[in-house]
Design a protein around this ligand. Structure first.
Ligand SMILES: NC(=O)c1ccc[n+]([C@@H]2O[C@H](COP(=O)([O-])OP(=O)(O)OC[C@H]3O[C@@H](n4cnc5c(N)ncnc54)[C@H](O)[C@@H]3O)[C@@H](O)[C@H]2O)c1
Length: 324
């Protein structure tokens, strides 16, 4: 039987929860939101107003978005009739342990229990939990209503049915799920991000580059490349006709000989980096920077979508011509 996806409970409505809320509602789901923050009604209204236009650009029906979002008095009320729970609370094992025990007790038996955790594997908070078979990680990238990837990471005791249901659910709300079969702190995306960030901080600490210039290096080279090909296809193409084998044999050795740095954890060194980043960006309000980021990300997504459609039409035409 396919898993029903009608009602989603969003637990924790901060940066990630608010973005999920808008996405789920734009896909016609009933969304019940729980968060103890005193400004919850205003935060949800602002998020729907800000994200609605992004979702409309993606061809989603955002008429009556707010009518599908219901604020719950507490977690119990939010999850009572949930088919899916998407948890986005604080990134602390103890919090998640307690919350997921409550979710197992208070949700309908069929409900799928997903955590947005950036780095804590499900096994870390479900070891002794009865009902762990329906708990797993559905880790998005910020903001989840724009960035398509969701890392689906089952814990040691997650059932195969739950993995499939999570893949179906995220696909149904227009995301691109990737199932990762072994739990690693930080999963895949954040491990990659962390490798890059570590070297970025090291280079700034060494005075090689300013934070602003380092950001320019990324946005004007690797960022554009990685929106179209990942590191492996990029390497395969970088090797010319000899492909990935050639680049590994040809350039691989000199790349490996480069010793990467370890950023200093000294509070004073860290403070210097924080101040350099603030000097570059803190004079512009956060909302302006976030809006600019979202506008640009939407432009990239929409350009890629147009190209994919053209490619599909082209392939379809070629197939038809061959058949006729
Ligand atoms: N920010 C990111 O870039 C990002 C990306 C992917 C995943 N995540 C993950 O998503 C989760 C949430 O991160 P965030 O950045 O949105 O954090 P956030 O601090 O913006 O939001 C957390 C929210 O949880 C609420 N909360 C606290 N106790 C609660 C409770 N008992 N019940 C319900 N809500 C409660 C807080 O009031 C707050 O609004 C974390 O696990 C994080 O690792 C974050």
């Amino acid at each position: 039987m396919t898993h029903p996806f009608r009602t989603v409970a969003v637990i924790g409505a901060g940066t990630i929860g608010l973005s999920w809320t808008a996405l789920f509602a734009a896909h016609g789901l009933t969304v019940r939101v729980s968060d103890p923050r005193p400004d919850l009604p205003e935060a949800v209204a602002e998020a729907l107003a800000a994200f609605g236009p992004h979702l409309a650009t993606q061809g989603l029906d955002t008429e009556g978005l707010a009518d599908r979002v219901h604020l719950a008095a507490d977690v119990t009320e939010a999850v009572r009739d949930a088919d899916i729970v998407q948890e986005n609370g604080p990134e602390r094992i103890e919090f998640k342990k307690e919350l997921f025990a409550q979710l197992v007790r208070e949700t309908p038996g069929h409900a799928l229990l997903l955590s947005s955790s950036s780095a804590i594997p499900a096994t870390a908070f479900t070891t002794h939990l009865e009902g762990a078979d329906r708990v797993l990680i559905g880790h998005p990238f910020n903001p989840p209503h724009l960035l398509p990837l969701v890392e689906v990471v089952p814990g040691e005791r997650t059932g195969e049915e739950a993995v499939q249901a999570a893949v179906d659910f995220y696909t149904a709300v227009g995301r691109t799920p990737v199932v990762e079969r072994r739990e690693m702190p930080g999963f895949v995306g954040n491990r990659l991000q962390s490798a890059l960030n570590r070297e970025a901080v090291h280079l700034v600490q060494q005075g090689v580059v300013t934070p602003e210039d380092l950001d320019t290096v990324v946005t004007h080279s690797l960022g554009i490349r990685w929106a179209t090909v990942g590191p492996f296809l990029g390497g395969h193409l970088g090797g010319g006709p000899g492909g990935y084998r050639h680049i590994t044999e040809h350039i691989g050795k000199s790349m490996q000989q480069m010793t990467l740095g370890e950023p200093s954890q000294d509070p004073e060194d860290q403070e210097r980096v924080i101040q350099a980043v603030e000097k570059a960006y803190a004079s512009t309000p956060y909302t302006d920077l976030a809006e600019a980021r979202d506008r640009r990300q939407l432009a990239v997504l929409s350009a890629l979508e147009d190209i994919r459609q053209n490619e599909n039409q082209h392939q379809h035409k070629n197939r038809n011509e061959k058949e006729n």
